[in-house]
Design a protein around this ligand. Structure first.
Ligand code: IMP
Ligand code: MG
Length: 176
């Protein structure tokens, strides 16, 4: 499968991805059964994850989105800016961040800093994909869907220069 100048190959099927999402969603539903958490999706990559996540979520909740940027092409720049902030009141709330993927953790670190001085009641991270060998931050990534090697992937919301987000399966960069 080709996107722009790169070749990719199938790595994780939609079925495997969606059963991992169902598992996290049910786990969070039961952990927060007596609360009304505020979910904060991180755009653009989270759009497929969040859509599928709420098919399985049971209970009262609110959903909002933020937009950050750190990737240019295939490598993280480490520079993250906030492009869109949430409108919901977050004081006293139980926040759960919904990320497409945690790689180096820079985006996550930025989100932790962003919400740290806002008097929230609790703060947890849920990520669909996780690259344990690339993650070098201390903050605990609490809910994890599928662990990946430290290679570049596309599909199911993730892009290569904005291409490939619409793909139903996850593809990995072919080594040359
Ligand atoms: P981090 O800040 O290095 O953890 O990277 C997090 C963000 O970079 C994610 O929210 C994604 O948007 C993007 N990203 C990280 N790894 C990949 C990848 O393998 N493919 C596509 N995008 C990625
Ligand atoms: Mg991205």
């Amino acid at each position: 499968m080709r996107l722009l100048d790169k070749e990719f190959e199938l790595f994780v099927t939609q079925q495997e991805i969606e059963s991992a999402i169902a598992r996290i969603s049910q786990e969070i539903s039961s952990d927060y059964s007596d609360k009304c958490p505020l979910f904060v999706g991180v755009l653009n990559g989270c759009f497929r994850f969040t859509g599928e996540f709420f098919k399985h979520y049971n209970g009262a909740c609110e959903v909002s989105f933020v937009k950050m940027a750190s990737y240019q092409g295939l490598t993280s720049t480490g520079i993250v800016e906030t492009l869109l902030d949430i409108s919901a009141t977050i004081e006293g709330r139980d926040l759960i961040i919904l990320e497409d993927i945690v790689d180096s953790g820079s985006t996550l670190q930025q989100l932790v800093n962003h919400f740290s001085d806002k008097n929230i009641n609790s703060f947890k991270i849920a990520t669909l994909f996780y690259k344990p060998a690339a993650y070098d931050k201390e903050y605990e990534v609490f809910y994890k869907g599928i662990e990946l090697p430290s290679e570049f992937v596309v599909g199911y919301g993730l892009d290569y220069n904005e291409r490939g987000r619409e793909l139903n399966d996850l593809y990995i960069l072919k080594s040359e």
